[in-house]
Write a protein that binds this ligand. Structure first.
Ligand SMILES: Nc1nc2c(c(=O)[nH]1)N[C@H]1C(S)=C(S)[C@@H](COP(=O)(O)O)O[C@H]1N2
Ligand SMILES: [Mo]
Length: 201
């Protein structure tokens, strides 16, 4: 039956790494952000973990680079339906940063913030156990300003709006506090495999 065979072939051709409703952007890497691209120098740059932590901690550019490095190799998924495969990001694991600051037991959420004022919220489980990074290199080269350089958050198992560009810190909170896109109609969590694109999904 040709109809059945056609359906089966198309299903087999779909890349199993592609979450539902996503397409492979190939070599291109779309640029998306709400604010003007800032020009942020690495001298004077800081990254701070504060809120519900024993030791609020700020790292300079040199200090964060001196931490044990960590790499992510894999896909990224934007809510506007493009995905990219085979990305290599280098930076530091959020686990390393949180370990230094020592979250209190009641720290259940984080609000990531950017040097531009952008924010995005995450449950602490989504940034611990090797699931999130602060990164400054992509595919072996320094992250360009248009992609969040000098450093951005990377939370690749969630839609890419959670990966705050020009990231400046994480605040540990007792309850969820929606960030920029989450207040503007995007889903609170943003799991691409569950197609959690917009509020109510
Ligand atoms: N500071 C900041 N970070 C941001 C955004 C933004 O508007 N401002 N947009 C998010 C969204 S919606 C996406 S899809 C990705 C886009 O990252 P890219 O431009 O490197 O592809 O950045 C995320 N991080
Ligand atoms: Mo996005």
């Amino acid at each position: 039956m040709p109809v059945t065979r056609g359906f089966t072939r198309r299903a087999a051709e779909r890349d199993p790494r592609l979450p539902p409703g996503q397409y492979d952007a190939g070599d291109g890497w779309p640029v998306l952000h709400a604010e003007a691209t800032p020009s942020i120098r690495t001298d004077g740059w800081t990254f701070t973990v504060d809120g519900l932590v024993m030791t609020p901690t700020t790292w300079s550019w040199e200090e964060i680079q001196a931490l044990p490095g960590s790499r992510y190799e894999g896909a990224i998924h934007c809510v506007t339906t493009w995905s990219k495969f085979g990305m290599t990001f280098d930076g530091v694991s959020v686990d390393t940063l949180l370990k230094a600051a020592g979250p209190f037991d009641d720290a259940a959420f984080v609000l990531a913030r950017s040097h531009t004022g952008y924010t995005t919220n995450l449950p602490i489980e989504d940034v611990t156990d090797g699931k999130a990074w602060v990164v400054w290199n992509v595919n072996g080269t320094p992250l360009e300003a248009i992609h969040g350089g000098p450093a951005r958050l990377l939370v690749p198992h969630l839609y890419f709006w959670k990966s705050a560009k020009w990231v400046s810190g994480l605040k540990l909170l007792p309850q969820d506090q929606p960030g920029f896109w989450e207040r503007n109609g995007y889903h609170d969590r943003g799991d691409p495999w569950l197609e959690q694109r917009y509020q109510g999904d």
